[in-house]
Design a protein around this ligand. Structure first.
Ligand SMILES: Cc1cc2nc3c(=O)[nH]c(=O)nc-3n(C[C@H](O)[C@H](O)[C@H](O)COP(=O)(O)OP(=O)(O)OC[C@H]3O[C@@H](n4cnc5c(N)ncnc54)[C@H](O)[C@@H]3O)c2cc1C
Length: 382
């Protein structure tokens, strides 16, 4: 089948696949305790960090869709459920590429590419997840500094990151338009962090971060005051795409593993695959995955053409993680008790699939975004 990404990105896929197989999968039990320097340096050596940084600024200058290909491979690999979203934090680099001042880029790009600077995006707070514009963290100007106060939660790479992209209100009277983005070095005084135990993604480093009168120089503001949300919007489409690519990779891999399992497993003197129920369940899964692949292909081509609408990306974010979850749920059922054992890849993948429906805009939020348009009588939907 012709690649939806093209030849150049298929080479990125080969690199990501080789990195996961050779450098990560053999040391999965070590990574259960979190990523380490070796992991980040290996990822850097493979060229998987800061992939979209232009060549003349020290990066590989890859098409940003490389992030989707890497994410798809994370979904496909048995390592994905352990690593979680740690590599996907390269999405943060897109903010710096698009909005960074020269000095900011020069300060951070080399470390991002070398794996010495781990990044995290700190937007979500305990009282504001889906309703991101209601954040309470503030950044108050004090001479040539901003003073940040507040707490962020559920932040991927939060505990180990060196560079935090922090969204804070510079104008508390406004919602999205009162938000600004700051590059905050994690070793700034008055930052504390807490690792949160999670259902999955043991190396995802999901954390709370507390800012207690944290002073950052004005030069650390990314873009203009009040433009935090505006900077977010162009990146959201790519972020949704990469999460959906992960769903596709995971669903395809789980289907293959499960088909193989049903061919090998014998019960009641026949193979599991010989039962018609099994065949129908497999056929349902294959149909679901094929639909997902077609939707993904359409979205990638629209993204390239600059015609991917907000509605298109909401539809994709609704369908793909829900499809992944349906498939994984059916797979676990066909694996029987083994499918529920935490040491089994299929069990890990099932748990990993659960979160895909929640972060980066939960399914219900996407439905609400789509539905906003239904009240407009002039809207041509289909
Ligand atoms: C593993 C993991 C990693 C994460 N990484 C990051 C990160 O790196 N940086 C970061 O900033 N955040 C991160 N998040 C946070 C994530 O983006 C939020 O969890 C997500 O936005 C949902 O917000 P919430 O958890 O506050 O749920 P809530 O906003 O409380 O929503 C709860 C539920 O309400 C429903 N709902 C939502 N909107 C609507 C609606 N409009 N109508 C009806 N029902 C609705 C949905 O079912 C939703 O799941 C991460 C979360 C997880 C679990």
């Amino acid at each position: 089948m012709e690649s939806m990404y093209g030849e150049e990105l298929e080479m990125v896929r080969e690199t990501a696949r080789a990195f996961l197989r050779r450098r990560v999968e053999p040391r999965l039990s070590e990574l259960e305790n979190g990523t380490d320097e070796r992991f980040w340096h290996d990822a850097a050596e493979a060229g998987l960090l800061g992939v979209a940084i232009p060549e003349d600024e020290g990066g590989a200058g890859a098409d940003p869709l490389a992030l989707c290909v890497i994410s798809e491979e994370l979904g496909r690999s048995p390592a994905g459920a352990t690593l979680g979203s740690c590599l996907n934090a390269d999405m943060c680099t897109m903010f710096l590429i698009a909005n960074g001042a020269d000095a900011q880029k020069q300060a951070w790009f080399p470390g991002i590419v070398s794996g010495d600077v781990i990044q995290c995006m700190a937007l979500t707070e305990a009282e504001s997840g889906s309703d991101a514009a209601s954040i309470r963290t503030t950044a108050k100007r004090d001479g040539d500094h901003y003073v940040i106060n507040g707490a962020k939660t559920f932040i991927s790479n939060g505990f180990k990151s060196h560079l935090m992209y922090v969204l804070a209100k510079t104008d508390t009277s406004k919602r999205g338009r009162g938000m600004s983005m700051f590059l905050v070095p994690a070793d700034s005084p008055q930052i504390t962090r807490r690792l949160i135990p999670t259902m999955g993604f043991p190396a995802g480093d999901t954390s709370e971060i507390f800012f207690d009168d944290v002073r950052v120089p004005v030069e650390n503001r990314l873009g203009e005051e009040g433009e935090g949300m505006k900077m977010f919007l162009p990146v959201i489409a790519l972020d949704r795409l990469q999460i959906c690519a992960r769903s596709l990779g995971a669903a395809e891999a789980a289907f293959r593993m499960t088909l193989e399992h049903t061919r090998n497993r014998k019960i009641f003197d026949q193979r599991l695959v010989d039962f018609q129920n099994t065949q129908f369940v497999l056929a349902d899964m294959e149909t679901d995955i094929s639909l997902g692949r077609a939707l993904m292909r359409d979205a990638i081509s629209k993204f390239r053409a600059g015609t991917l609408s907000d509605a298109d990306s909401s539809i994709l974010k609704i369908f793909m993680p829900e499809m992944e979850f349906r498939v994984l749920d059916k797979c676990v059922q066909l694996w029987g008790g083994a499918g529920w054992m935490d040491e089994m890849t299929i069990s890990r993948m099932f748990t990993a699939a659960r979160v895909q429906r929640i972060y980066a805009g939960a399914t219900e939020l996407q439905k609400a975004l789509l539905a906003r348009r239904y009240m407009n009588a002039d809207l041509e939907i289909i």
